[in-house]
Design a protein around this ligand. Sequence first.
Ligand SMILES: Nc1ncnc2c1ncn2[C@@H]1O[C@H](COP(=O)(O)OP(=O)(O)OP(=O)(O)O)[C@@H](O)[C@H]1O
Length: 286
Amino acid sequence: MDYAIELQNVCKNYDNFKLDHVTMNVPKGSVVGFVGENGAGKTTTIKAILNLITVDSGKIQVFGQDHVEQEQAIKEQIGVVFDESCFHEQLTAPEIGKVMSKIYKEWQPREFDEFLRRFQLPAQKKIKEYSRGMKMKLSIAVAMSHKAKLLILDEATSGLDPIVRDEILELFLDFIQDEEHTILVSSHIISDLEKIADYIIFIHGGKILFQKNKDELLYEYGIIRCSEEQFRKLDPKLCISYRKNQFGYEVLTGKRKEIGKIYRDLVIDQADIENIILFYVKGVRL
Ligand SMILES: Nc1ncnc2c1ncn2[C@@H]1O[C@H](COP(=O)(O)OP(=O)(O)OP(=O)(O)O)[C@@H](O)[C@H]1O
């Protein structure tokens, strides 16, 4: 498989946090959803990929090239959107377009203008007068106006209302129609990721807990709802974690089919991604 991004054993130490041997990859032509709770290490990983922070050890490749040695060439091909605007607040959107035309060899002024119209971003207002959502849309317009092959989006849709979010998800789906195009997107809006992602990478406390094909994930994982007696009979090797509530036990399994074959009387519901994350983070591990 061809990868747009590959990380191998990447470590970065801060005082109270470390990226701990992060190994993950983003297959070319796919949408990868990057999930994890606040402070799990998503932005740190993305900053490492973009060489905005120096890692302590490990290897990072983008389009098969070293992310430091080939930084300039790589960045030409990447569109990046962070949850905070990094544009000069005194400029207007058209002025930002002019700045970008000097930065990117493949800058597409017409496409950019079209995005400004589509997103209804006023040409005469300065960025400091933009709302959070408007700034976000401007970042997306810039990211998608220089013939990027890879979009890296860190909480890019978090400030947007559901209608605009939907429009932007459509844009991303259009973008991904080209098989050379790839998206890495971190988001807390899991329902958005369920709509567009092919793979899910889950980071927790600086460690990658899993990278899985989304459909396989939804197929393999399940939540068993059972009594204490049934719970005691479960094979812990087939289960991941559990939560106890007033009605009994809820148990996350990654082996739904096996459990179903062995324990025929158990109720096993499909687990959505949000629940899977919740059980990994809040559940008692087995
Ligand atoms: N420059 C820094 N110096 C020290 N610690 C840092 C620095 N940058 C990030 N951290 C720490 O690294 C940890 C991971 O932060 P990161 O921003 O990567 O999380 P995240 O998964 O993106 O979270 P969120 O969903 O809240 O954006 C946090 O504990 C944060 O305080």
